[in-house]
Design a protein around this ligand. Structure first.
Ligand code: FES
Ligand code: FES
Length: 83
């Protein structure tokens, strides 16, 4: 018997814009339960989820996925529009 993969919580059905700096790393929340969306605040501890590291390759604005369903996580790929 296989267990179903745990489903993340939809933090919001829209991306979070964020200013990032080249070379800096950011920890995107995969579980959807962080109080500091779109970033991990440690709330996932004890669950099957772990944050996903994102390292910016240039300065500027990016759109982090808020629905947690993007196939291009941690960035939004527009999939939230179908939820
Ligand atoms: Fe969601 Fe850490 S709080 S992955
Ligand atoms: Fe998740 Fe856009 S917010 S795909």
């Amino acid at each position: 018997m296989t267990e179903a993969a745990p489903q993340p919580t939809i933090a919001q059905k829209a991306p979070y814009p964020a200013q990032v700096e080249a070379g800096k790393s950011y920890w995107w929340c995969t579980c959807g339960n962080s109080g500091k969306q779109p970033f991990c605040d440690g709330t996932h501890k004890g669950s099957a989820f772990a944050p996903l590291k994102y390292t910016a390759d240039k300065d500027g604005q990016v759109w982090f996925c808020g629905c947690k369903a993007s196939a291009k996580a941690p960035l939004c790929d527009g999939r939230h529009k179908a939820l």
